[in-house]
Ligand binder design. Structure first.
Ligand code: G
Ligand code: MN
Length: 280
């Protein structure tokens, strides 16, 4: 019988000796290295996706700014491809800093824009991130009421007391908060009473194909009922088809976001020509 610990696996660290987990950890390592390199060279940009009022899709209620990094070949890599690998690392915090910095700059340049920026609850304790936020709010008094901070449900529930304290303070500057990917994480419902979320974003897994999917109909209706009870505006994520949009509008979801209304774009029409060139 051959012993895998000798021969071709001899140089593989303990814990990574089965081929699949070894391949995954290798891929994570190269993802982390690519993102670290991009962040170091500030090769990041925001892509903007509209969130529209249900039934009035010709105008956006607000936009979500989604961080993208450029790899060494200039390809744009969306956050969902790397955020899992870096979320708990310092690079994750720096990505949040760059997203916030870019979002605040865009808000100060476009005085009628409302913009949502993603953050991890882990960034609340990161002093550079807090400094960027305070500086942005102080520099332009109109920015606070146009900024929405989106916190994923899974990270908010890690440190609920920290999140509640932070929200109480920052909401006094006019900033709104959205609970992101609701339904995907592990909400202890009791915290909804303490949090100050203004917006509830229902996770896309419950939205896709909803017009034909009775399970998703029941789940989304239940999640939206929770949102309404706590005075939150409800947003359906990942709306991809006209019939899903019509169904969500009929059950009273407030706002819709997804490819059906517009994919995230690094060159939205309202960015002026100069900014569009800079992000090219
Ligand atoms: O976690 P959060 O909701 O912030 O992530 C949004 C992600 O979902 C972005 O990466 C965005 O590109 C992606 N996205 C946006 N609209 C759609 C959609 O209609 N369908 C799918 N599958 N993904 C979407
Ligand atoms: Mn989001």
């Amino acid at each position: 019988m051959t012993d895998n610990r000798k021969g071709k696996w001899a140089d593989v660290p303990a814990g990574h000796r089965d081929p699949l987990s070894y391949a995954i950890s290798k891929r994570d390592q190269s993802t982390i290295a690519m993102v670290e390199d991009a962040v170091h060279h500030k090769q990041v940009m925001l892509a903007y996706q509209p969130v529209v009022p249900a039934g009035q899709s010709q105008r956006a209620a607000f936009y979500e700014g989604l961080i993208r990094v450029l790899d060494e070949t200039g390809r744009i890599i969306p956050a969902k491809e790397f955020i899992g690998a870096i979320e708990t690392t310092e690079t994750g915090r720096i990505v949040d800093c760059l997203a916030l910095e870019k979002g605040l700059r865009t808000l100060s340049m476009h005085s009628s824009l409302r913009l949502a920026i993603n953050m991890s609850a882990r960034s609340i304790g990161y002093s550079r991130w807090l400094r960027i936020l305070k500086r942005g709010l102080d520099a332009d008094p109109t920015v606070g009421e146009r900024l929405i901070l989106e916190i994923t449900e899974s990270s908010a529930m890690l440190v609920p007391e920290l999140v509640t304290g932070f929200m109480g303070e920052v909401s006094q500057r006019g900033v709104s908060f959205a609970l992101d990917d609701f339904g995907a994480g592990f909400t202890s419902f009791r915290y909804l009473k303490d949090f100050y979320f203004d917006i509830l974003k229902i996770d896309g897994q419950f939205i896709r194909g909803i017009a034909q999917d009775t399970d998703n109909q029941v789940l989304t209706t239940a999640l939206a009922t929770i949102g309404r009870q706590f005075d939150m505006i409800t947003v359906a994520e990942s709306v991809e088809r006209a019939e899903d949009a019509a169904y969500l509008t009929a059950i009273g979801i407030d706002c819709l976001q997804g490819y059906y209304f517009g994919a995230p774009s690094v060159k939205p029409v309202w960015l002026n020509a100069e900014e569009r060139r800079a992000s090219a």
